[in-house]
Design a binder for this molecule. Structure first.
Ligand SMILES: Nc1ncnc2c1ncn2[C@@H]1O[C@H](COP(=O)(O)OP(=O)(O)OP(=O)(O)O)[C@@H](O)[C@H]1O
Ligand SMILES: [Mg+2]
Length: 537
C-alpha cells in the first residue's frame, strides 16, 4: 500500500519520521513487532492531512502518501520513481538544488513557504519541512518532505492584504486616521496616518490618551475631555472638533468621531474611532462668515446711504411742495394785483368812452359795450383762476369756507354732484394743515373728474379729539392696476400727509375709490413740522 515504507521495512530499525522524529528502535527484540509498527506508521502517514513524500538524494521520489495524491493530483504509481522536479515550477528549480545541497549537508528546512505545480497545472502554495533521513550508521540516505497546502490560507491572507490596502487607500484619500483606546491599560494606538493628518512628525502620537490631549490647546482640551466623558457616561457616541498645533507651528482643525465599546455589564472597555483634517472646511466656514459679515456691513452702509438719500428726497419734496404753495400764492396775488387791476383800469377807461359814443355813434358804442363785456368775462376768469391757485378764503376765513367755495365751483364746472360734510368741530387749524387738506380735496376732485367717470362724489372732514379725518369717495370705475406712475398728484398727497405725521390710505375697486387721510393736530408736532419746513425752505 505505502510502497516507500514497505520497501524499506527491513532497514527501518532506526529511522527518522518524515517530520524529523527519530523512530524508536523497531528491531524485533527491542519493541513491538516490526510488522505491527510498520503498519501503524504507514497508517499515521496515510491519514496525515499533509503531503508526506520521501525522495532519494538524487531527487527521485521514493514514497507518496494519500494527501500528496490529493494535493498534487498524481497517484502513488505516477509519482514514485519520478524526479521530484515534476512538481517544481521551472523558475524555482534552482531552489530544489539548494534544498538537496542543504540536505546533503545534514541540514533541515523548516516551514519554507514556496509554490509547487499540481498535475492539472494549478499552482499550489505549500509550507515545506524537509528533513534528511539517516540510516542506523548516521549516513544520509534519503529525504522526507512534509508539504502543507497553504493555498487557502494564502488566498485569505491575500484577500486580507488587499482589503487592508483598499482600506488604507480609502482612509488616506479621505485624510482619515484611525485610533483605538484601550480603557483598561490607558494605551492608545493610532494608525500611521494619524500623525501626518495631525501635522505631526511620524511617531509623535504614541502612548497614552494624555499624550494626545496635550497636543490640543488648553481651551479646546477641556471640550475634548468633556466629549469623551459624555461618550463614556452616555450612549458611547463621541464627536468633537478641535484645533491642534502642527509640527510647523500652524494650526489644523480636526474632527473626531468614535464609539465606546462596553462589556456585558455596560462597563466601557475601549473606544475606537476615526479622525480627519477639516481645516479646509473650517477655512471655508470662516471665509463664509467673514463674507457674510462684510456683506451685512455693506448692506447696512447702503441702507444708511439709502435712508440718507430718502431723507434728502423728503426734505426736497417738502421744500418743493412749500415752494409750489408759495408760488401759487404769489401767482394768484400777481394775477389779482397786476392783470386784475389792469382790467379794472381798462373797464374804467372804456365806460366813459361807451357813454360818449352812445349818442354820437351808437354802432361804435355797441362794440365798446361788447368789449366791456369781454373785459368783465376776462376779469371773472382771472379771478377764478387766481382763487383756484390760492383761495384767499383759506387764509382769511379758513378751511370750511375755502373748501365750500371750491366744491361749489367744481360741481358747477364739472357737473359732478358733490356731497360735502364739514364737521364744525374741525374749526381753524394751523395753516399747513388747512393748506394740505385743501390741496388733497382739490387733487381728489380733479382725479375724480379726470379718471373716475363717476357722476357723484362725497367729501367728509371730521374731527375726534386731535384727529382730523378727511374722506373723499367716488362711485367710479376705480384705479387701474398697476397704478399709473406718471402722475404726481397721489405722491404729492402722500408727501403732504407724511410731512404732517399723518397717514394716507387709498382703497379702490370696481365700485369706486376711497381716499382717507388721518392727521393728528398736535401743537408740539405742528411746531416741529413747521420748523422742519422752515429749515427745508
Ligand atoms: N378717483 C380715481 N378714479 C380712478 N382712477 C384714478 C382716480 N384717482 C387717480 N386715479 C388713477 O391713478 C393715477 C395716478 O393719479 P395721480 O393723481 O397721481 O396722477 P394723474 O392724475 O394722472 O396726474 P397729475 O395728478 O400729476 O396731474 C391716474 O392716472 C389714474 O389712472
Ligand atoms: Mg391727479
Amino acid at each position: 500500500m505505502y510502497g516507500g515504507l514497505s520497501i524499506r521495512r527491513e532497514c527501518m530499525s532506526k529511522i527518522r519520521l518524515p517530520n524529523g522524529t527519530i523512530l524508536p528502535d523497531l528491531s524485533p527484540d527491542k519493541g513491538p513487532d516490526i510488522d505491527d509498527t510498520g503498519s501503524l506508521l504507514a497508517a499515521v502517514v496515510q491519514s496525515s492531512d499533509d503531503a508526506i513524500v520521501t525522495k532519494d538524494l538524487n531527487g527521485i521520489i521514493t514514497s507518496w502518501n494519500v494527501s500528496a495524491e490529493r494535493i498534487f493530483g498524481y497517484t502513488e504509481e505516477e509519482a514514485v520513481g519520478k524526479p521530484i522536479m515534476m512538481i517544481i515550477p521551472p523558475e524555482l528549480q534552482a531552489e530544489e538544488k539548494e534544498i538537496l545541497r542543504r540536505l546533503r549537508a545534514g541540514q533541515r528546512i523548516d516551514h519554507f513557504e514556496t509554490v509547487r505545480i499540481a498535475k492539472n497545472g494549478q499552482k499550489v502554495f505549500v509550507s515545506l519541512t524537509v528533513s534528511p533521513v539517516k540510516d542506523s550508521s548516521g549516513k544520509i540516505v534519503a529525504a522526507s518532505k512534509v508539504a502543507r497546502d497553504v493555498t487557502r490560507t494564502k488566498q485569505i491572507e491575500e484577500a486580507l492584504r488587499e482589503s487592508e490596502q483598499t482600506m488604507r487607500f480609502c482612509l488616506d484619500a479621505a485624510q482619515v486616521g484611525t485610533w483605538h483606546w484601550d480603557i483598561k491599560t490607558g494605551q492608545v494606538r493610532w494608525s500611521e496616518s494619524m500623525a501626518r493628518i495631525n501635522g505631526l512628525q511620524s511617531g509623535a502620537l504614541s502612548g497614552s490618551l494624555e499624550v494626545f490631549l496635550q497636543r490640543i490647546d488648553e481651551e479646546s482640551r477641556e471640550r475634548v475631555r468633556q466629549a469623551i466623558r459624555q461618550a463614556l457616561e452616555g450612549d458611547g457616541k463621541y464627536h468633537v472638533e478641535y484645533p491642534v498645533t502642527k509640527f510647523d507651528g500652524g494650526t489644523a482643525w480636526m474632527e473626531a468621531r468614535g464609539q465606546v465599546i462596553f462589556d456585558s455589564s455596560h462597563v466601557p472597555v475601549s473606544m475606537m474611532g476615526v479622525s480627519r483634517d477639516i481645516s479646509e472646511r473650517k477655512l471655508a466656514e470662516e471665509a463664509l462668515r467673514e463674507a457674510h459679515e462684510q456683506l451685512e456691513m455693506r448692506v447696512k452702509e447702503r441702507t444708511a446711504e439709502l435712508d440718507r438719500a430718502q431723507e434728502r428726497l423728503r426734505t426736497l419734496s417738502a421744500r418743493l411742495l412749500r415752494m409750489q404753495d408759495d408760488e401759487r400764492r404769489r401767482l394768484a396775488r400777481e394775477l389779482h394785483d397786476t392783470a386784475g387791476q389792469l382790467l379794472v383800469a381798462l373797464n374804467l377807461t372804456l365806460v366813459p368812452v361807451e357813454e360818449a359814443l352812445a349818442k354820437r355813434d351808437p354802432e361804435l358804442a355797441k362794440q365798446v359795450t361788447a368789449g366791456l363785456g369781454l373785459v368783465d368775462e376776462l376779469s371773472r376768469d382771472l379771478r377764478t383762476m387766481s382763487h383756484l391757485l390760492h383761495p384767499p378764503l383759506l387764509d382769511e376765513a379758513g378751511l370750511h369756507s375755502a373748501v365750500r367755495w371750491y366744491v361749489e365751483g367744481f360741481a358747477e364746472r364739472s357737473k359732478i354732484q358733490v356731497d360735502l360734510q364739514l364737521d364744525p368741530k374741525v374749526g381753524r387749524l394751523p395753516a399747513e394743515f388747512e393748506t394740505a387738506i385743501f390741496r388733497i380735496v382739490q387733487e381728489c376732485l380733479t382725479n375724480i373728474h379726470r379718471h373716475s367717470g363717476s357722476k357723484s362724489a362725497s367729501i367728509s372732514i371730521t374731527r375726534h379729539g386731535d384727529e382730523i379725518k378727511l374722506e373723499i369717495i367716488d362711485r367710479g370705475k376705480g384705479m387701474p392696476t398697476p397704478i399709473s406712475r406718471g402722475g404726481v398728484g397721489i405722491q404729492g398727497m402722500r408727501e403732504r400727509v407724511r410731512q404732517l405725521g399723518g397717514e394716507l390710505e387709498i382703497e379702490s375697486g370696481t365700485g369706486g375709490t376711497r381716499v382717507t387721510a388721518r392727521l393728528v393736530v398736535d401743537v408740539v408736532g405742528h411746531d416741529r413740522s413747521t420748523a422742519a419746513m422752515d429749515l427745508a425752505s
